[in-house]
Write a protein of this length. Structure first.
Length: 345
């Protein structure tokens, strides 16, 4: 018979395991065009949360931005088809800036880039908060904003990143593809997806097609992260598009340093990498005994360093010769691959 102490201990363990690993904020307020995707978007995020052990709070009014303390409870803040330039007041905007500057993660979906459009964007009179567009990475251009309707085009995954490892490439998708050329686009964005040249409303392949990323990321100097995708115009993205679901889920887990519930990754407890950011030497602790090789890839997926199994005492990697930027350390073992993102100062 189990003792009361044993039962209490088991209950405490169960409660601890039941606690969500982190919380995200799903924010959908609009003062411009309303895509009316908020309910399906929320349902998608909640399903992801239940499967990947995170909690989703919904905000349609901006109240979650009232205090920095409250905002700081979130591992990521998602602007999900927000729009317009009259949704957050000055205090709420200041709190979001402070949240990101303290290492918080900002994510945007589709018309998040038609929210607080940059003062340099073509046709825009909404340049009241350029920090937002500069941080998110873009403001969609005006006249025309995008292709007509939701035509089908082909997208290609760019480089290597765990955000896109569960996407088809090419990805053939019907979407309201945005244009950036005469809007605002941050050259520091690291593209993840690129669409082929699209035909604009005038029936021609226009020069503004020269900049065509449909998803990107950045790791900010303060330690926070940014992810944005221009995909997500139609409700069908949230209700039945598996590839779109994979993109958003993997972006959340990347931004929050979460782990996918898949068998092809090492338990994080068995493999540690530090310091991050790094200046000269990366320390690897508790490598699996059956590791085959360790490699470092740059943000474009190009290998810049490879260490094979013959170095059985691998613990320190000298990365002083690498340029500043984002990298991935990849450890390969039989039937397993572990990828960890790190920043080189």
């Amino acid at each position: 018979m189990k003792t009361p102490f044993t039962l209490l201990f088991a209950l405490l363990i169960h409660l601890a395991l039941a606690q969500p690993a982190f919380r995200i904020l799903h924010y959908t307020e609009t003062s411009g065009f309303d895509h009316n995707t908020r309910q399906n978007s929320l349902a998608m995020f909640q399903t992801m949360g239940s499967k990947n052990n995170f909690m989703v709070d919904d905000d349609q009014t901006g109240d979650a931005f009232n205090t920095l303390t409250g905002l700081s409870e979130y591992a990521a803040v998602v602007f999900a088809n927000t729009s317009g330039d009259a949704i957050l007041d000055s205090l709420q905007r200041a709190n979001l800036e402070a949240y990101v500057q303290q290492g918080g993660s900002l994510m945007g979906i589709h018309s998040a880039s038609d929210t607080y459009r940059h003062s340099s964007a073509n046709g825009s009179n909404t340049g009241s908060w350029d920090w937002y567009a500069e941080t998110l990475g873009a403001s969609v251009q005006a006249n025309p904003h995008h292709v007509t309707g939701t035509p089908t085009y082909e997208m290609t995954v760019i480089g290597f990143n765990e955000i896109t490892e569960n996407l088809p490439s090419p990805w053939i998708k019907a979407e309201e593809y945005y244009y950036w050329g005469n809007g605002y686009y941050n050259s520091d964005n690291v593209p993840l997806l690129k669409v082929e040249a699209t035909v604009g409303p005038n029936g021609q392949t226009n020069p503004y097609d020269s900049i065509r990323p449909m998803a990107w990321y950045r790791v900010l100097p303060e330690g926070g992260t940014v992810f944005y995708t221009a995909l997500g115009h139609d409700n069908s993205n949230y209700t039945g598009d598996t590839a779109f679901h994979n993109l958003i889920r993997d972006a959340i887990l990347w931004a929050t340093d979460g782990s996918l519930s898949k068998g092809n990754r090492f338990d994080k407890k068995l493999f540690d990498l530090y310091p991050i950011p790094v200046d000269e030497e990366l320390i690897l602790e508790n490598l699996p005994k059956d590791w085959v090789n360790v490699e470092i890839l740059n943000s474009s997926g190009v290998r810049v360093m490879l260490i094979n199994k013959y170095d059985k005492d691998l613990r320190i990697l000298n990365v002083g010769q690498l340029s500043s930027g984002d990298y991935f350390l990849v450890v390969t073992a039989p039937r397993q691959v572990k990828r960890i993102r790190f920043v080189k100062n």
